[in-house]
Design a binder for this molecule. Sequence first.
Ligand code: KIV
Ligand code: ZN
Length: 390
Amino acid sequence: MEKLYIFDTTLRDGEQTPGVNLTVDEKVQIAKQLEKLGVDIIEAGFAISSPADFEAIRRIANEVKNSTVCSLARAVESDIKAAWDALKNAEKPRIHTFIATSDIHLKYKLRMTRREVLKRAVEAVKMIIDISEGRAEVEFSPEDAVRTELSYLYEILEAVIEAGAKVVNIPDTVGYAIPDEWHDRILAIKENVKNIDKAIISVHCHNDLGLATANSLLAVKAGARQVECTINGIGERAGNAAMEEIVMAIKVRKDQFPVYTDIDTTQIYRTSQLVSRLTGIIISKTKPIVGDNAFAHESGIHQHGVLAKRETYEIMKPEDIGLKESKIVLGKHSGSHAFRKKLEEMGIELSEEKLKEAFKKFKELASRKKEIFDIDIELIVEGLEEGTRD
Ligand code: KIV
Ligand code: ZN
């Protein structure tokens, strides 16, 4: 089993979610929770982008000791200097430098040739090593790698590894990749880039087609040993790969992956709630792993199964992510087993006959009302005919 490094970019790409604006204190609070969660690398921000980002990175670098702390930097001197200034007190500093490599970005955004981009990438890697006197670990990303011609991608990756990059991150910047195609691209990099074993292959998947988790997992199968992700999958446009989904898929289906992570999964729910509260991005009820309904059962058949043996309808335990228990939700599909259990939990004892009567009333009510609460049950029981309640 090899280790899969978890690189969290909630505070950088995640903060690029439209409408999100975290204060420095809020960023520090999230970073400390990410450290507790066991994240290997925290991308704390983009130092040059604003004084607040710079200050957040500086404070996180001072206060977080167990995770590597990283700043993003374009492949230009001013960005690299700012990143290093913010990070220099970190126990384990990393600078993540990037430049676009696809023809569409070169032509319309950078207005540079492939030769010029390659030269700039190599200079940036060397500059990080020089400015930090070898203290900062270097990660390099060819932005829009998904739409970059493979032979050019090999060439630029070989050149940055030669210059000293220890992590080469392959971004699907626009969420365009399809899982088997992405798997083959990562495998091709692993098999064709000279000296690739001197660096860790990383992936960074966006979720525009809803495939970010699948693409990240397929990349792991192809040899990636770092994944970049965010809590609750927040990020630009449709977001980034969701950390909780990747980590739990690897834990639940360990038969499928030759890797483990050092994430303390019992901290997942807490971290997810904290990020949701501070960013104001509400978690959908049906969001895998951390949504309100992820461990809730409403239909009678499922409730009966779960009450008899959890694993009939649960592939992971709520305790694994830090929740106390699954939820049995009473609604129009619920059956008598769940109803009986609910009465027991509420300390209500009824004869078999009265229980049948109460259950009938409950079903009538549930056909009109979306969710049934404890007060509804109490009122049903209170309303049973005089003298019929035990
Ligand atoms: O999506 C992207 O390409 C990025 C890079 C900066 C890695 O966020
Ligand atoms: Zn991104």
